[in-house]
Design a protein around this ligand. Sequence first.
Ligand code: PRT
Ligand code: ZN
Length: 298
Amino acid sequence: MKTNSNRIRIAIQKSGRLAEKSIHILNKCGLDLDLRKDRLLHSCTNFPVDLMFVRDDDIPEYVADGVCEIGVVGINILEEKYLSIPDLDKKCFEILFKMGFGHCRLSLAVPDDFNYISPQSLNGLRIASSYPSCLRRFLSENKIQCEIIELSGSVEIAPNLKIADAICDLVSTGATLRSNGLKEVTTLLSSEACLVKTCKPINPEPQLTLDYLLRRLKGVLMAQRSKYIMMNAPKSSIEQIKKLIPGMEEPTIMSLTDSEKVALHAVASEDIFWETLEKLKAVGASSILVLPIEKVIA
Ligand code: PRT
Ligand code: ZN
């Protein structure tokens, strides 16, 4: 364990689907990361943070053991390694917040011509998966008897190779299933990357660093989701406009030379879609501008 230091360690996937976006968000928090050298541990030069680059499967353990104070990992991995296992100590890490990327779902899929009616249709089948714990939990909750064929990769080809009748795997666009003649029939869990924190005690100095970084991270994530919206609108429409803008706090209202109208500025905590703009126009709003937000400190 590190002592007499305010440095904290963050576990990040070395390469793969979560790696680039995890780094991108840390960069947005103002961390100066020179990642050219292929090292396990990388020290940030302008912030007391070290990044540890590892396989995503190992991240929960590094965080649970307190080797790293925090880590970025998919909920699917946390569920498989810890949360779906009944007798394991679940207090070894805490999920702080979702990171808004790495969305996928763990689903069961069967061959296109399989007559699926309900989870009971799977009774007696052989199901291939890299997620045996999650699958076991699902089967037991639904009182289904199946043989689990544990595979570490290329699960989707198992039915064509006749080593399994169905699969349980991660799906994002569904293209892999389709190209292997499989159809998704039920979802076991929805996942995205999240920030996990160790439940081991953290010394006061690194805790201060962590608090500071978490504030920035929350700000970056909030900014990514939020939009700044400006428009001119009839005074009589203000209440309708407030209801139309998703997650809007009290707007700033400014008078215009036209005394019947006002300029309205607001931060919306969710994306604003074209449909919303059409509805705003329908209640009399004009010159509507939607702008991205760079940083937020709540
Ligand atoms: O080497 P390391 O162990 O770190 O990486 P890895 O190969 O185990 O993981 P990686 O990089 O493939 O995925 C890391 C994390 O990304 C996963 O744990 C999930 O949290 C998340 N994620 C998001 C996905 C997907 N989307 C995804 N589509 N992980 C895997 N897939 C695979 C899936 O297994 C299947 O083979 O993509 C295929 C399906 O994709 P679609 O788009 O065809 O449906
Ligand atoms: Zn992995």
